[in-house]
Design a protein around this ligand. Sequence first.
Ligand SMILES: Nc1ncnc2c1ncn2[C@@H]1O[C@H](COP(=O)(O)OS(=O)(=O)O)[C@@H](OP(=O)(O)O)[C@H]1O
Ligand SMILES: [Mg+2]
Ligand SMILES: [Mg+2]
Ligand SMILES: [Mg+2]
Length: 363
Amino acid sequence: MIINKEHTRSLLDLLQKPLSVILVNINTTTLGILDIILYKVQKALLQSDVHSKSDKSPVTVADYGSQVLVSFALEKELPAMAFSLVAEEDSGDLRKEEGKETLQRITELVNDTLASDGTYDVSPLTEENVLRAIDNGKSEGGSHGRHWVLDPIDGTKGFVRGDQYAIALGLLDEGKVVLGVLACPNLPLGSVNSKDPNDKVGCLFSAQIGGGTYMQSLDGSAPVKVHVSATENPEEASFFESYEAAHSSHDLSSSIAKKLGVKAPPVRIDSQAKYGALSRGDGAIYLRFPHKGYREKIWDHAAGYSVVTEAGGVVSDAGGNPLDFSKGRYLDLDTGIIVTNQKLMPSLLKAVKESLSENASAL
Ligand SMILES: Nc1ncnc2c1ncn2[C@@H]1O[C@H](COP(=O)(O)OS(=O)(=O)O)[C@@H](OP(=O)(O)O)[C@H]1O
Ligand SMILES: [Mg+2]
Ligand SMILES: [Mg+2]
Ligand SMILES: [Mg+2]
């Protein structure tokens, strides 16, 4: 993405400024830089760039690099102001002896990206700067004040596979999501269902509370307002779910879809790109049922939640309760997350309730 210098004015007095100003700057500077680093890294990802975290999930130099750049950009854009960032990655493994090489590689990547982008005229970051930028993301969030919420790469498995992933940044204000920006570098601009390999890819979704949701191409087209599907007929409604069966029970979603009368097969894609695609009506339902014991993190949903609700969608847990982002780094949920439009939600909730009582062992 080419960064337009005119758009890079600083976010002075952020807290006094309307959210729309924050949104413009975060879109064009912060996520713009990221598009460059992630595109390059995904194309040239080495086996040695992918590591396993203590929960066995993958993390790559790009996840860390992305978190460093967003953290760095927020710090630059919010001068003289302590900002709170709740982000997925931490520096623990990079501070160990065996993390040394990875830290070097991240530092190189970040410095190359900052230099080639040119938005910030700074001397190269040291390894210590990089570790500190990652650790800025340690905030616990909560119900008071403002907290940025970042998933530097959501859908890391998709990223490594060469499929869908997203960079997801949200803003909480007094426990409510007020802003969401979702960059999906591999999502076709037309439709997720597009089979044409020549279709342009790279979508940026952005939403602010009360202001609707907009989509633009990652190379800078004018934003267009998007809406969720208005269908009232479940037979016409296709649904999204995780690509990875380990992340969401495909058996349960298939039983729910059958009960509802959904005819189309599931659309399985990684990451919050599902929320983005739903916000422009590519499908009408998103079903997510993690296996027992899994706790959802706020960075896996904050930006997507904002994008889809501002486009007219409704998000709830399986019991019909709204999501509560005010409880810290985790979401407290009654089994799973479901998303659809206002009209379909009552019948979807009914089908979910019935399927859960019939297939309790599916989770
Ligand atoms: N066991 C388990 N159950 C449920 N969810 C899990 C699980 N493990 C991981 N995750 C989280 O899923 C995030 C990826 O999003 P999706 O599940 O929507 O995508 S996909 O499974 O890759 O298709 C993924 O986000 P990233 O780690 O940012 O990629 C994880 O936070
Ligand atoms: Mg992860
Ligand atoms: Mg994630
Ligand atoms: Mg992630």
